[in-house]
Design a protein around this ligand. Structure first.
Ligand code: FAD
Ligand code: SF4
Length: 514
């Protein structure tokens, strides 16, 4: 009985439930690299390198185990099939390969999963689904937790997960007596900046990755970023080395500086592990255990370890649960009715706003920006500007190496753009340039002044911030957590408010080039 096992691009775990009863004598693995752009946006070159190289390494591991692999590679010379969605290519192959049954694992994309299911069903071949054990809270577990709750709060979910897995727990309560150490984790670097930062590890390309880089440079040269700058792990072994390096050199300072920004330092004390985790090269529980172990050995303080555990056991699992609970409607939510497309600066980084230029430089160079740059610089500007949340998500899917639909949508449409009207976060993350000034050194290098909303040197964030509150005043009135910001708006004269509206309109016109 020949089974065809479909391995999707981000399902590269070597302990995958799809492989546990694999029989090399009869089973066949099916994989396809794709040049199909998410929402027709040009994909960052390094994202293409990551996908193709990590998949090829997985393929070779399977070949070494004696398994037959039916593999579609992107070659130097394009073929018409390359740009067809994965499901269509599977549909074509099912006819030819005629397996007795198809085996798949829950994926990370609602639409792709539905299309793949339809392809197999149309071919009239039995399909078996396996649950993805990579996640620590399954889709159905999350639905049970959410059932009957009026609001879904990450903090409540996180405490339940800490208890369920007995992480940082003692005598039935949290170690240290408190669940949340966020207060200790909001330092800025002040005026002097970070003391000598530990270098991040680099993973020079092996032969397989070099071949992919050459292919991407030839075929996708007009895409953002540079393929040759790629230096991330593409195998579980290297992903483990990246984790070890983080635990040894950066975890201890991770918490304290978690929210800080410093120009020219895009990585700081962050782990940069999201890509390896999302591609299943690294197991989330392995990361949690390594961090907790470092705390037990006295190598990292509790605020750092709790901060890190919160991100993985809390936020990561929470947004995964929200995605599967709320799809497919979630993808088109737009509570603030924002309609603008992404301004060009989000593609080429050309801007005189120092904070945005710095974040874009990191993104173009690494396909990465850290959380606070994503939320409080790039995401904040898109929200204040009035970008359609879905357009922001599409851009995100194209530009970041760690984006997969399930994690990008709740973070972009929900947390960052408040398109979901308060499912992921209870209020919009809206702030003026003053916030960026407090958390970074960008404003001291900028031609604008963060406290000014009007005039030649007005900070565009600040102008757009007041305009945002003005535009949404009525809508946000009922939100208890917005009262302080709205009370400050009310103190502005009508004259000031109309000048701000006019300045914001001029700014939008300049940025769209209209
Ligand atoms: P660290 O700062 O070292 O954090 C440790 C780990 O915690 C991360 O590797 C990640 O696995 C996890 N984590 C932390 N916050 C979140 C979160 N909100 N959601 C899910 N996991 C989290 N993360 C992605 O993995 N893919 C995305 O496409 C993505 N899109 C985002 C878009 C926006 C607008 C925002 C505000 C956040 C987004 N995040 C996304 C969450 C977070 O910013 C990244 O996980 C993090 O910046 C990755 O860098 P790191 O590995 O150095 O993380
Ligand atoms: Fe960014 Fe405004 Fe500060 Fe310039 S002044 S760096 S635009 S926040």
């Amino acid at each position: 009985q020949r089974r065809l096992i479909v391995i999707l691009g981000e399902q590269l775990g070597r302990q995958s439930p799809l492989l546990e009863d694999l029989d090399p004598a009869t089973d066949l693995i099916w994989m396809a690299e794709s040049a199909c752009e998410p929402a027709q946006r040009p994909t960052h070159q390094q994202r293409l390198v990551l996908c193709c190289s990590a998949m090829r390494h997985f393929r070779d591991d399977m070949l070494n185990r004696g398994v037959e692999v039916h593999y579609h590679a992107l070659e130097l010379t394009p073929r018409p099939d390359d740009e067809r969605p994965i499901a269509e290519r599977l549909r074509q192959d099912l006819d030819r390969l005629a397996p007795a049954c198809v085996l798949m694992m829950e994926g990370g994309d609602w639409q792709a999963e539905a299309e793949l299911q339809a392809a197999v069903s149309d071919a009239d071949i039995p399909l078996q689904w396996r649950e993805d054990r990579h996640f620590l809270c399954s889709r159905s577990d999350f639905a049970s937790w959410a059932k009957g709750r009026k609001t879904l709060m990450m903090e409540h979910f996180y405490r339940m997960m800490r208890q369920r897995y007995q992480v940082l727990m003692e005598d039935g309560g949290p170690v240290g007596g408190v669940w949340n150490l966020d207060r200790e984790n909001r330092e800025s670097f002040g005026k002097t900046g970070p003391e000598s930062l530990p270098a991040h590890p680099s993973f020079p390309p092996d032969e397989i990755t070099q071949a992919v880089i050459a292919m991407v440079e030839t075929r996708f040269s007009s895409h953002p970023g540079h393929a040759a700058d790629f230096n991330l792990p593409v195998t579980p072994q290297d992903a483990q080395l990246a984790l070890d390096d983080f635990i040894a050199h950066r975890l201890a300072s991770f918490g304290t500086w978690q929210d800080a920004i410093w120009v020219g330092e895009p990585l700081l004390y962050h782990s940069r592990l999201s890509t390896a985790i999302n591609w299943h090269l690294l197991d989330p529980m392995t990361c949690i255990e390594a961090a907790v172990n470092a705390w037990q050995q006295g190598q990292a303080p509790l605020n750092a370890v709790e901060g890190f555990v919160r991100q993985i056991l809390g936020w990561r699992e929470f947004v995964h649960g929200i995605y599967w609970l709320k799809m497919p409607e979630y993808a088109s939510l737009n509570a603030l009715e924002h309609t603008a497309d992404m301004p060009n600066l989000f593609w080429d980084g050309q801007t005189d706003m120092a904070c945005l230029a710095d974040a874009m430089q990191a993104l173009l160079k690494h396909g990465y920006a850290h959380h606070i740059q994503r939320l409080m610089v790039l995401g904040l500007f898109a929200q204040l500007y009035g970008v359609n949340p879905r357009a922001f998500h599409d851009w995100h899917m194209a530009m970041y190496l760690d984006s997969v639909d399930w994690v990008s949508l709740p973070n972009t449409v929900g947390m960052s753009q408040y398109g979901d009207g308060g499912v992921v976060g209870s209020k919009p993350y809206c702030a003026s340039g003053a916030y960026i000034n407090r958390m970074s050194n960008a404003c001291s290098q900028c031609r604008y002044q963060p406290q000014k909303a009007l005039g030649d040197t007005a900070c565009p964030f600040t102008t757009l911030y007041w305009d945002f509150l003005d535009r949404h005043e009525e809508r946000l009135q009922g939100n208890r957590r917005m009262q302080f910001q709205l009370a400050n708006l009310k103190r502005k004269s009508q004259e000031d408010r109309s000048e701000i509206r006019a300045a914001a309109a001029r700014l939008r016109k300049t940025l769209t080039g209209a």
